[in-house]
Ligand binder design. Structure first.
Ligand code: COI
Length: 354
């Protein structure tokens, strides 16, 4: 149970909800009427405020802008057919948020602040949760360093915020990706497991090069050999080989521990697949494709949910798939969506009532 917490609420004088086209919601473009904000200084978190969504006034010397002490999370809220609002596995994102915070030498955010603050904010803006299949309210908690000093050291001051953004599907169509051999996302001992801003900033050039070549994203490989599968930009990756679902394990500390990844592992098991979390060598993928055992490849993520990969290219070897004939990714996605949207029972206790 979350302790009661004082939250100072200032409501927007007028809602912007009627200005939004709920049939066209590009990811992360629209924000709800309110946001949550709290500052950390002198070793403690201050007053929690919910106020109208607005710009911030920040010093150009803000530490986060210079040295990247900034972390975030991605979570989604849904409504069931009766209109009740639920947040999907917020406690798992809370745990991961503080794992990221510790790695970036940032303070932990207390559970009641993260969960009850989020619940209250979603409750206030619950009318913004889309009720269309595959649409949801994307929740973006963020923390960043707010010292106004450009000396290189861990900041003493931080800001924690939660933003809400009604959103449609992230990747509209099955994707084309290639195995990235030039760039590296993460190495052991680095920050690959943390949801820190720099992990995404350093991928921008790589994704842009992929787009220039006609691909959507890259499949990141290990830092030493570029042979061991890590993750796809913004998603964890699964291979269906025969009746086995295989996904890279998290032991190297170079892969984000996706909450959707974990949910999909549970759902795959429920659907009768044996799930293997272990290192995957690219030669194993190629071999499985050559002998006809590689049935499907898909990515999982909060924003992306379950996204099918219609092409994976390694050097000059291209593996293409007719995703229209696939059964695993579509059934995983539809079961997950049904649980989230309240059409199937929530046996795992994933849905947190707002
Ligand atoms: C998410 O899936 O929530 C992410 O954070 C990935 C991306 C949109 C940044």
């Amino acid at each position: 149970m979350i302790a009661a917490m004082d939250i100072q609420i200032t409501k927007a004088s007028r809602s912007r909800i009627n200005e939004i086209d709920f049939n066209n919601l590009p990811f992360g473009k629209n924000f709800t009427d309110h946001m949550l904000e709290v500052d950390y200084s002198d070793g403690e978190w201050g007053l929690v405020r919910i106020r109208p969504f607005q710009s911030l006034v920040l010093s150009p010397s803000l530490a986060a802008l210079h040295y990247g002490q900034a972390i975030f999370e991605g979570i989604k809220a849904y409504r069931d057919p009766a209109g009740n609002a639920f947040i999907f596995r917020p406690f798992d994102n809370f745990t991961r948020f503080n794992i990221s915070a510790a790695r970036m030498r940032m303070p932990a955010v207390p559970e009641e602040l993260f969960i009850e603050g989020m619940r209250k904010l979603v409750e206030l803006d619950r009318d913004w949760i889309p009720m269309k299949n595959d649409y949801s309210l994307y929740i973006r908690p963020i923390m960043f360093a707010t010292d106004e000093v450009i000396g290189v050291k861990a900041s003493d001051n931080y800001k924690f915020m939660i933003l809400l953004s009604p959103t449609g599907p992230y990747y509209a169509a099955p994707m084309r990706i290639y195995v990235e051999e030039k760039y590296t996302r993460a190495a052991p001992g680095g920050v690959g497991f943390a949801k820190t801003a720099g992990n995404y900033g350093s991928a921008m050039q790589v994704t842009a090069e992929a787009r220039e070549k006609g691909y959507d994203q890259v499949l990141w490989m290990d830092a030493f050999e570029h042979k061991w599968v890590q993750e796809i930009g913004t998603m964890n990756v699964f291979f269906i080989i025969g009746n086995r679902a295989i996904t890279p394990d998290l032991n190297s500390g170079t892969i984000l521990a996706g909450v959707t990844r974990d949910s999909v592992i549970e759902i795959l098991k429920e659907l009768g697949y044996s799930v293997e979390e272990r290192p995957i060598h690219i030669d194993e993928v190629i071999e499985a494709h050559r002998n006809g055992a590689l049935r499907e490849i898909f990515g999982t993520g909060t924003a992306a949910t379950v996204s099918m990969i219609r092409e994976l290219t390694y050097k000059d070897y291209s593996m293409t798939f007719d995703t229209g004939t696939w059964t695993v990714a579509p059934s995983v996605k539809s079961l997950l969506t049904d649980i989230r949207e309240g059409r199937k029972p929530d046996k795992h206790g994933w849905m947190f009532k707002v």
